[in-house]
Design a protein around this ligand. Structure first.
Ligand code: PLP
Length: 372
């Protein structure tokens, strides 16, 4: 079945009991069992598993082409759920450009579990090879990366990981499975902040892991989630499943709008660089063209006039809203360095844009008036 068809139907079969076409929402925390705990319909207690979360997981596994998926309360819960399922003493290579939460997890929390993270430029395959040690258990890729839009070669990283006896995990939040399928390229786990494009409407928080194989790592992460409790609630699962069903259609419009904006900004004298993998000038364009169906709805721009010019632009836009997060129907912008706080690593002249589903001419008019 093609991706668009899977998105509509996976996990969303009509309810067997009532025939309801829209997936039902089951809020029950507990499920009737027999006198000696015999399960009647496979469920016992919501934290261990529940029908609405099961539907979402079936959908996500199908969309990413994995054997099993686990849904979480947030992208960070999913990330932590995977990284803390590695054995003590593990070393993980993480990208030098990545979502700031991963950097903080690596600095403040994973060391408490004797999991050491080292930063490497994931676009430089020789650097990744050189960074591997016998303790390296996982390479963590994020492509395109947040916020510099660096593109990592997933198939090449999978080969390096395998040769070193390590696993490859890929944060696929920016691309979504509609544009990029890391498991088909050799990754072992795809991770998502489903808060973003999968939910798609800036009204639900969630995360997910999709495993190529229902292996020991999957079992460890599933057991860990059951006991530590970071599940997706039934209502959040239901909203994310609802979002996933229109993902391919939304992504096509996000991509078309972002491309228009990237092309416009690429010729504007106030802009020093447009970081969008769809532009032939982007250093990762060739790899992105090989491993992505399209180039996504995210882009970052750097201003010739530095931080002041970036902040002036952010203050002048009217249709774009200054807000964190991404992947919703409305266009957002953000001066990342301001949001990252004391340990900011984003360049001060950089503005990140999450291009929404408005008409592109209105978005371009807004950008044009803010730059004038
Ligand atoms: N990964 C990426 C690429 C992100 O952009 C984010 C959030 O912005 C996360 C992970 C964390 O997800 P959440 O905010 O759902 O915990």
């Amino acid at each position: 079945m093609r991706f668009e068809t899977l998105a509509v139907h996976a996990g969303a079969e009509p309810d067997a009991e009532t025939g309801a076409v829209a997936p039902p929402l089951h809020l029950s925390t507990t499920f009737r069992h027999g006198p000696a705990g015999e399960r009647q319909a496979g469920f016992e207690y919501q934290r261990e598993g529940n029908p609405t979360q099961d539907r979402l997981e079936a959908c996500l596994a199908a969309l990413e082409g994995g054997e099993r998926a686990l849904a979480y309360a947030s992208g960070m819960a999913a990330m932590q759920g995977l990284l803390e399922s590695l054995p003590n003493g593990s070393e993980v290579l993480i990208p030098d450009d990545c979502y700031t939460g991963l950097r903080v997890l690596a600095r403040e929390f994973l060391p408490l579990r004797q999991i050491a993270c080292r930063t490497v430029d994931m676009t430089d395959l020789d650097a990744v090879r050189a960074a591997m040690t016998p303790q390296t258990r996982m390479i963590w890729a994020e492509t395109p990366s947040n916020p510099r839009m660096a593109v990592a070669d997933i198939a090449a990283l999978a080969d390096i990981a395998r040769a070193g006896g390590a696993l490859l995990a890929c944060d696929n939040t920016f691309a979504t499975p509609a544009l990029q399928q890391p498991l088909a390229l050799g990754a072992d786990v795809a991770m998502h902040s489903t808060t973003k494009y999968l939910g798609g409407h800036s009204d639900v928080m969630g995360g997910a892991l999709v495993f190529a194989k229902a292996d020991a790592l999957y079992e460890t992460a599933a057991h860990r989630r059951h006991i530590t409790g970071g599940i997706a609630s039934p209502f959040n699962s239901w909203l994310i499943l609802r979002g996933a069903r229109s993902l391919p259609a939304r992504m096509a419009w996000h991509c078309a709008n972002a491309r228009r904006i990237a092309e416009f900004l690429g010729t504007h004298p106030a802009i020093a660089a447009v970081l969008y993998p769809g532009l032939a000038s982007h250093p990762g364009h060739a790899v992105a063209a090989r491993q992505m169906r399209d180039f996504g709805g995210m882009l970052s721009i750097r201003f010739r006039g530095g931080r002041d010019a970036a902040l002036r632009f952010a203050a002048r836009v009217r249709l774009f809203t200054n807000a964190t997060s991404l992947g919703g129907v409305e266009s957002l912008i953000e001066h990342r360095a301001s949001i990252e706080g004391a340990n900011a690593v984003s360049p001060p002249d950089l503005i990140r844009m999450s291009v929404g589903l408005e008409h592109p001419d209105d978005l371009l008019a807004d950008i044009g008036q803010a730059l004038d």
